[in-house]
Design a protein around this ligand. Structure first.
Ligand code: SAM
Length: 261
């Protein structure tokens, strides 16, 4: 029986063979690393991955699609695990190897999934994801631009992100309402291990929660204008003007509730 797309699983199947191949070709696999696909669906990207790699492991929530994939790709090098990727243990999946992870992600789980993956970067070499264009634009934005915000800073601290290309709604069935983009993410090797991520996230959250205000106001809980100036940061700046290194500098020198005004 034909499979009917399920909205609750964020099912927008990629139909266009040119984009299917382009996405599959965007991921690389180092010697001894594993290729993991999130949400293989009916195998749009999987089929191209199996032409490139001898083994692919995939995580799919929809039981009917797992059955379909197991029939379609029998003896092909594909292993499908049925379940919710948000409950997956990536460290266990890696089994001592490194991971290259790819997926046309269900948009409704993309944020929690990215946060989950960020906690497992030590076993990840590379990730290639299709996401809403708006999310990719925010992730890859630089300081001083309209889309630069909390997501740009928090992902930029830990990941190199490179937007690869856009994919129009007409490439899918059913067509989503929004434009999509493909992004490549690689863990940064230069993350300062002594940085307190909770403090960093807290400062970035405070700064961007009132992005129209100067940081003198939005960061008043964290620092006085004098403290900011002493660190070489202009208190009259707005959050969107500060680069990631400046947020790191603030996080390494400030603690909440220590304002001395
Ligand atoms: N890769 C296919 C393609 O490009 O046509 C399907 C992409 S579709 C946007 C997202 C896929 O993720 C669907 O197959 C859906 O069933 C699956 N999915 C949704 N939520 C999931 C979850 N929490 N864990 C694992 N798979 C999930």
């Amino acid at each position: 029986m034909a499979h009917k797309p399920r909205k609750r699983f964020g099912q927008n199947f990629l139909q266009d063979p040119v984009y299917q191949q382009r996405i599959a070709n965007s991921i690389s696999l180092k010697d001894g690393a594993k290729c993991i696909e999130i949400g293989p669906g009916k195998g749009a990207i999987t089929a191209h991955l199996l032409r490139r790699f001898s083994e692919v492991e995939a995580l799919e929530m929809d039981r009917d699609l797992v059955t379909l994939l197991e029939k379609k790709y029998v003896d092909s090098g594909l292993t499908v695990y049925q379940g919710d990727v948000l409950k997956a243990d990536f460290r266990q999946l890696a089994g001592g190897k490194r991971l290259s992870i790819i997926g046309n992600l269900p948009y409704n789980i993309s944020s929690p999934l990215l946060f989950q993956l960020i906690e497992n970067l030590d076993v990840i070499d590379e990730m290639v994801f299709m996401l809403q264009k708006e999310v990719v634009d925010r992730m890859t934005a630089g300081p001083g631009t309209k889309t630069y915000g909390r997501l740009s800073v928090t992902t930029g601290l830990l990941l190199h992100s490179e937007k690869l290309f856009d994919v129009p709604p007409g490439a899918f069935f059913p067509a989503p309402k929004v434009m999509s983009s493909v992004v490549k993410l690689r863990p940064r090797s230069d993350v300062d291990a002594s940085l307190d991520r909770k403090v960093f996230d807290g400062i970035v959250k405070s700064a961007f929660s009132q992005r129209r205000k100067t940081i003198r106001n939005s960061l008043s809980e964290w620092a006085s204008a004098e403290q900011l100036t002493a660190l070489g940061v202009d208190p009259q700046q707005r959050a969107e003007r500060l680069d990631i290194d400046t947020y790191v500098l603030l996080a390494k020198n400030l603690k909440p509730g220590t304002t001395r005004d």
